[in-house]
Structures are given as C-alpha cells and as structure tokens.
Design a protein around this ligand. Structure first.
Ligand code: ATP
Length: 302
C-alpha cells in the first residue's frame, strides 16, 4: 500500500434537547433527543496491514478490544468472513473522554466508514446503520451529523433542518460523569412504581427560524447538577453571558452554551475561564457534517 493513510474525521456532539420519556424492557431508557454535531474532531488513520491493531496515545482511552474503534473495525470485518483483513489504526483524541460529547461513538462511526473503504467493502447504508446501532445508541447519529432527532435509545435517527454554524461555548470540567450512574440516579424520578410508563409527553423540539430556543431542555441536568453543583453554576453563567440556550451535554460532564450568529466568544471564554479556573473552555460552533473520510487532497481539514 502507498505511504498515504486513509483518514476519518469524527466530530463531537451536543444534545440541544434530551427528554427521558420512559423505560424500556431491555433496561435502556426511551429518549427523545435532538443532536447537533460540533466543530471538535477526533482523527483516525488507517493503513492496510496483516493484523488488526490500534494505537492511541491518550491515557484516558483503553487501546484494547473494548475500544470502540476496534469494535467497529471487527464488526465491519465480519461482513467479509472469508477474507483475512487487517488494518493498522491510529486514533488521535481531541474530544474529551466521558464529557457527554460522544467521542467514542463518533470514533465508532468513523471507523466503520474507514474500514469499509480500506477493505473495499460496499455495505448498504442500512447494514452500516445496523452495525452502528449495535455498537452504541449514539453511534448512528454520527453517520449523519448536522442536526438530527433521535428516538428509541437515541439510535433511531431522523435528520432535521440544520441549525446553521452557530457559535458554541463548551465548558469541560476536570472530571467525567458516568452515563450509567447518571441514568441510574435519574431512574426513580421517572417511574415511581416501576413499569414502562412514559412520564411526559413529547418535547417537540423546534427548528431554527423562530428564534425560540425554549425547546432546549435536558432531563438529566437535575441529577448531574446535584452530583456536581459547579456544572449548574457554569450553565447559569452561560445564560447570564447571553447564550440563547445552555445545557448539560448529554449525561455530562460538559456544559455548552449556544450563541447568536456572529457572537464573538473570545471575551466570554476569557471571563468564564477566570471564574471557573478548573474548567477547560472551548469556543467552537455547530457543523453540518458527521463522521467523514478525508479527501487526501483536502489535507488535515479537521
Ligand atoms: P457515553 O455517553 O457513551 O459514556 P461520552 O461522550 O460521555 O459517552 P466517551 O468519550 O464516548 O464519553 O467515552 C465513554 C467511555 O467509552 C470511556 O470511559 C472509554 O473507556 C470508552 N471508550 C471506548 N472507546 C473509546 C474511544 N474510541 N474514545 C473514547 N472513549 C472510548
């Protein structure tokens, strides 16, 4: 193979809304969420090789078979059982781990696309979506990106009108929150007596245009903010700074604020950085795409 590796770029996401509407018999929660891809990217490169291996220099991320990149690569390889396919994969993490930004899920989507291309496989889009769903509830979204609604476990995706490249300020605390723990703490609020009842009606997230961001609600905030009150304080500071809406990202631990087009985030980032010295502040924006393979001519576009 030539010296040029194939490269996948994998974006982070925020949830513009996240409603927990019921509990499922399989133990998962029934969600209604609106995802938004953002301009913060992991990078995976791949070269054909005899064996399937992964290198990742981020100590927060396991490099073994539990890594979602390797799990996705294996799942794709299983589509061609009679061929011995290998790849030397290298993951460069920029998306903080356990921040509710979906980094592992996005990497999984990117790895599916990357390995299919590397091995010359051309699975139907529905087959790829099925693999994505098995890898994790957030993985299918990253095959689409942009703005999209998720139902079921969040894995049934319908694309929505793109929000536009609106500025987004992220606050990333020096700790993660476990998705499992946050949902476990939320569970008693959902179903007082057990059973599969839905506690509230659908949130009906709206699209841009009417400038109404009151749809931005995250049911998991109350739990996350009681575990870590500084997250609530950061969310309030974003609203005071003029955010159209501000929320916990998914099940945490990051918090984001969405701002009007053209807002200069730099002064706000500096002020928040002084007040919340433990947080990493990242100025970014919404993006229209999901995980994608770089055109070699594009260079390091991410
Ligand atoms: P989730 O809601 O799925 O926990 P998250 O966005 O909060 O997602 P991730 O950064 O995706 O957090 O990581 C969740 C866990 O997944 C980590 O604790 C890590 O051990 C595991 N993991 C497996 N593969 C990856 C990967 N490629 N990148 C990051 N984490 C990974």
């Amino acid at each position: 193979m030539s010296g040029m590796p194939l490269v996948a770029w994998c974006p982070a996401k925020v949830n513009l809304s996240l409603r927990v509407v019921g509990r499922r018999e399989d133990g998962y929660h029934e969600l209604e969420t609106r995802f938004q891809a953002i301009d913060l990217w992991d990078r995976i490169e791949a070269r054909a090789d005899e064996r399937l291996t992964l290198a990742c220099e981020d100590p927060a991320v396991p490099c073994g078979p539990e890594n979602l990149v390797l799990r996705a690569a294996s799942a794709m390889r299983d589509l061609a059982p009679r061929r011995a396919l290998g790849a030397a994969l290298r993951l460069t993490k920029r998306i903080p781990v356990q921040g509710g930004l979906g980094g592992g899920s996005s990497d999984a989507a990117g790895a599916l696309l990357l390995c299919a291309r590397l091995w010359g496989l051309e699975p139907d889009a529905e087959v790829v979506q099925g693999l994505a769903r098995e890898l994790g509830a957030d993985v299918p979204f990253f095959l689409f990106g942009g703005t999209a609604d998720g139902t079921g476990r969040g894995d049934r995706i319908r694309t929505a009108e793109y929000l536009g490249d609106l500025p987004i300020l992220l606050g990333i605390p020096p700790f993660g929150l476990s998705t499992r723990e946050v949902f476990a703490a939320f569970a008693p609020r959902l179903t007082p007596r057990g059973g599969n009842v839905s506690v509230r009606a659908s949130s009906g997230a709206k699209s841009r245009g009417d400038n109404d961001f009151s749809f931005m609600v995250n049911d998991l905030e109350s739990v996350a903010f009681s575990i870590r009150p500084e997250l609530g304080a950061f969310r309030d500071a974003l609203l005071e700074a003029g955010a159209l809406g501000a929320l916990l990202c998914g099940s945490g631990s990051s918090v984001f604020g969405l701002f009007a087009e053209g807002t200069d985030l730099a002064p706000m980032a500096a002020r928040l950085g002084e007040r919340f010295a433990r947080f990493r502040i990242v100025a970014t924006r919404a993006v229209a795409r999901g995980a994608y393979l770089a055109d070699p001519a594009e260079g390091d576009a991410g």
